[in-house]
Design a protein around this ligand. Structure first.
Ligand code: SF4
Length: 247
């Protein structure tokens, strides 16, 4: 594995009083998933959002041990790399996924005809239309929302909790689980190798965080895996930002 490619240069764990081994972390995640999913009222009350990056696919691998047909929500913005669509379809077929592609209200052509290249001059608006609105509308239909988020991914995620009650803009509250919250990139890649999970070929080209093609480049800072997103103009698309409480 090429650690430079994976942005692992700064991932040497800082010495702390108690360091969990990877086996302990894996056992904890399996235990958490079992407790949460077995407590969920019905087999369709939990969903997993999946960008088909390594964390999401590893989490999907583990969740499928309990819920092989869990709804897998993919934000089909229309702006993804061709490699992402190819990889998504390959995993969906090989794992017989219950894949749900979430589409925005307008196609890319309709949006560009009406607003131009929003991703260039108003990326927040573009993300709101193509990611946030469709995702929140879909997630509102479930009680549990599983994500592959990790604290190490970005400064904006350092306070990420493993489990939280997430309030959507319409007031619906879902239980949001991020079982890999304290995992490192190395943890994820080691287990992907162990479980023989094929990964997006874009990683081998130097990408360390992969979103829509117009807003994703090779990271400019090897110590910041998301430094290639939105050319530094922003750090989050908005789907993981909880609505402010109404006054
Ligand atoms: S990541 Fe870029 S292209 Fe994708 S929805 Fe956001 S602004 Fe639009």
């Amino acid at each position: 594995m090429n650690s430079q490619i994976l942005g692992l240069t700064d991932l040497t764990p800082a010495p702390i009083a108690s360091v969990q081994t990877l086996e302990e972390k894996l056992a904890h995640v399996r235990s958490l998933l079992a407790a949460e999913l077995l407590a969920a009222p019905g087999p369709d009350d939990a969903c997993l959002t999946c960008s088909f990056q390594a964390e999401d696919v590893l989490l999907l691998h583990l969740v499928r041990e309990l819920r092989p047909h869990i709804p897998v929500l993919f934000l089909d913005t229309g702006y993804h790399f061709a490699d992402v669509y190819t990889y998504r379809d390959r995993i969906a077929a090989d794992w017989n996924l219950n894949l749900i592609n979430l589409s925005p209200a307008n196609t890319v052509a309709q949006q560009e005809a009406e607003h131009g290249m929003l991703h260039q001059h108003a990326p927040d608006r573009c993300c709101a239309l193509r990611k946030v609105e469709p995702l929140f509308a879909a997630v509102a239909g479930y009680k549990i929302w599983l994500t592959g988020l990790r604290r190490e991914q970005a400064r904006s995620r350092t306070a990420l909790e493993e489990a939280t009650n997430f309030t959507l803009p319409d007031g619906v509250v879902v239980r949001k689980l991020s079982p890999f919250a304290d995992w490192t990139t190395r943890d994820v890649w080691q287990l992907c190798e162990r479980f023989s999970i094929p990964l997006l070929p874009l990683y081998a080209l130097g990408y360390s965080s992969i979103g829509c093609e117009p807003c994703t480049s090779i990271p400019t800072d090897p110590n910041d895996p998301r430094s290639g997103r939105w050319a530094g103009k922003k750090v989050e698309c908005g789907i993981h930002i909880e609505a402010a409480p109404k006054p």
